[in-house]
Design a protein around this ligand. Structure first.
Ligand code: ADP
Length: 495
């Protein structure tokens, strides 16, 4: 019997594929980077065909590395960079324009213009859980349909298809048989009503997006179609799709209300499960779909930070203070705990809960004895303080975080996790498997086929590697955090 699962993890800088067995053990991986295109200031594009090519090559490499064939595969799960927008020709399967990446700011002036319309920001938040921002797909689709000659008429005629990367990969895998997405990816388009679980006609009219180009929205575990037999030697059912941050939360077993995960890679994304309640944020966080199974929607509240591990890259490559990010822990351990040097890494503005694109970075509080280890430590501490900012905003919105499950490349750093527990006054749990994004997609695909019987069974697979408990008193915590807040205030833009 075929019991292996192929999980596709299509990210912003590389495409990856991982083979898992039916117990959730990772057996092998294939990975390929692809080209980033920056055609103008603030513009970021990907070639969707290159995304597909690198994904297929990664799948084949993962299979080859494990000696597993298409016939041994029970199913495929897809997780992906979210919001990135592709429009393609249904007849040829060719994109009509490069994909516009989530980071791309080309439609931000248009969003600023829309914000002037009375009540629109609130309406969009009520319906989609999102802030009116160029980050999400809606204004990117509109831009492509306006920019490519003839595209609007062809879209209205049903000749074109829109998809986020999950839908694009599904179309390619199934040879154009399936034009679907899942509820989590749909929830990032700014066109999907997350309360009513449908494409929203009012928003489609507002953003000039015709119904004919939109994919069908399914649960995260569903029958999405069969891969073409020519790709892996036999047709394999695609049975799971989920956006990357939601997938990491799922892989971390965050199934109960109040459970949260934070992924520390280049940036940081924190998702807290709010159960069957869509919590509307008054503090510039996003409400989003955590997952949808058997028609039941579970919601999450989400906050993101632009610079987490990237601050260490800047200290390493920009300032050349260290040769390797791994050196940072030992330097920080040798630095006193009551450090009053603060690094606010607002290099590209500040993310949640400030959303201040014009803020800029600063290093504050230096004295004559400030040296490399203080600056490195301030860089690591900035990740903890920024997480506290998110947790404070979540608390102000009425949700409570008790324990934080962490993953991503930066969580190898014990110093960061201990200080995170100290700054948050909450336990921080690092699991055995920190590759949780691909794992979430594998679980999702396996659930549909019954390889995993329930969420309880998946919960039991989660294994604690180390718990970090708060070890500092309240006066330390508040004094240090006050210093951070003062530092952030000095980096804020005026308008
Ligand atoms: P992404 O998936 O966003 O590319 P990863 O999850 O692979 O990122 O994490 C890589 C990031 O983690 C890098 O930005 C790197 O600077 C940071 N990092 C890796 N190891 C450490 C460490 N020991 N201490 C601090 N930061 C680290």
């Amino acid at each position: 019997m075929s019991t292996y699962i192929l999980a596709i993890d299509q990210g912003t800088t590389s495409s990856r594929a991982l083979v898992f067995d039916a117990s959730g053990n990772q057996l092998g991986v294939g990975q390929q980077e692809f080209t980033q295109h920056f055609p103008d200031n603030g513009w970021v594009e990907h070639d969707a065909e290159e995304i597909w090519g690198t994904t297929l090559a990664s799948c084949r490499a993962a299979l080859e590395a494990t000696g597993i064939t298409g016939a041994d595969l029970a199913c495929i799960g897809i997780t992906n960079q979210r919001e990135t927008t592709v429009v393609w020709d249904k007849a040829t399967g060719k994109p009509i324009h490069h994909a516009i990446v989530w980071q791309d700011r080309r439609t931000s002036d248009y969003c600023t213009e829309l914000k002037q319309k009375a009540g629109l920001v609130e309406k969009i938040q009520d319906k989609t859980g999102l802030l009116l921002d160029s980050y999400f797909s809606a204004t990117k689709i509109r831009w492509i349909l306006n920019a490519v000659p003839g595209a609007r008429a062809r879209a209205a005629n049903g000749e074109l298809a829109f998809g986020t990367i999950d839908s694009w990969l599904l179309w390619q895998l199934t040879g154009g048989q399936s034009h679907c997405t899942d509820a989590t990816n749909a929830s990032r388009t700014m066109l999907f009503n997350i309360q009513e679980q449908c494409w929203d006609e009012e928003l489609m009219a507002l953003f000039d997006v015709p119904a004919a180009i939109l994919p069908e929205v399914k649960d995260c575990a569903a029958d999405f179609g069969l891969s073409q037999a020519s790709l892996f030697g036999s047709a394999v059912p695609i049975t799971g799709m989920i956006g990357d941050q939601q997938s990491a939360a799922f892989g971390q077993g965050c199934f109960g209300a109040g459970m949260a995960k934070s992924t520390y890679g280049t940036g940081c994304f924190l998702l807290l499960n709010t159960g069957e309640v869509m919590l509307k944020s008054s503090n510039q966080l996003l409400s989003t779909i955590a997952y949808r199974l058997n028609g039941q929607t579970v919601y999450a509240i989400e906050g993101s930070i632009f610079m987490a591990g990237a601050t260490m890259q800047w200290i390493r490559d920009g300032l050349k203070l260290i040769d390797d990010a791994a050196e940072s822990g030992a330097l920080a351990e040798a630095t006193p705990d009551n450090l009053s040097v603060y690094l606010v890494p607002a290099f590209t503005g500040l993310g949640a809960p400030y959303w201040d694109p014009n803020a800029r970075g600063a290093l504050l509080g230096m004295t004559r004895d400030t040296g490399i280890k203080e600056i490195v430590t301030a860089g690591l501490m900035s990740v903890c303080y920024q997480t506290r900012d998110l947790v404070e905003a979540i608390a102000a919105d009425g949700a409570v975080l008790s324990t934080l499950r962490v993953d991503g490349g930066m969580v190898k750093n014990n110093y960061v996790l201990q200080k995170l527990a100290d700054v948050l006054d909450a336990e921080v749990h690092r699991p055995e498997i920190i590759e949780t994004t691909a794992l979430g997609a594998a679980y999702m695909a396996g659930l549909q086929l019954g390889l995993f019987s329930s969420l309880e069974e998946i919960s039991e697979k989660w294994q604690l590697q180390q718990a970090f408990k708060p070890a500092k008193d309240a006066s330390w915590r508040e004094q240090q955090y006050q210093g951070w807040q003062d530092a952030v205030a000095r980096t804020r833009s005026q308008g």
